[in-house]
Design a protein around this ligand. Structure first.
Ligand SMILES: [Cu+2]
Length: 130
């Protein structure tokens, strides 16, 4: 009798845990990475060089084609800067290159992720995928 009650109790607890996990998954079901299909391997058919200086990027928008690998390079002309693309798990340091493929069209904002001085917070630009 006691065992059965315990079993039912545990079953109920298990159901609650599973339900909680299930609803959690709905929120974080798709990570932006999976959505956009970013890869970091392979050769690139496009190349984008983002030039950073104190305290701006050389363009406000960098246009790339969706579904095609693109080699992203960050060059700093003055100061030390990095970039982090907020919707993707992509970060580039000073002088870094990375090949990524974005399968979903859209605008991906990125900003400097190195505390580089007074104009740091103004260093925002975007990757336009079309
Ligand atoms: Cu900065």
């Amino acid at each position: 009798m006691m065992k059965k009650a315990l079993f039912i109790c545990m079953l109920a607890a298990l159901v609650m845990v599973v339900a909680a996990c299930g609803s959690n998954n709905k929120n974080s079901d798709k990570s932006p990475e999976q959505d956009a299909g970013v890869e970091t391997t392979g050769s690139a058919s496009q190349e984008v060089v983002i030039k950073a200086s104190n305290w701006e990027f050389d363009k406000s928008e960098y246009v790339i084609k969706k579904g095609e690998p693109v080699k992203l390079t960050l060059e700093s002309e003055s100061g030390i800067h990095g970039i982090a693309i907020s919707d993707l798990d992509v970060k580039l340091g000073n002088g870094d290159s990375k090949v990524i493929t974005i399968d979903e069209a859209g605008e991906y904002e990125f900003r400097c992720n190195i505390q580089c001085g007074t104009g740091h917070s103004k260093m925002v630009a975007k990757l336009v995928v079309e």
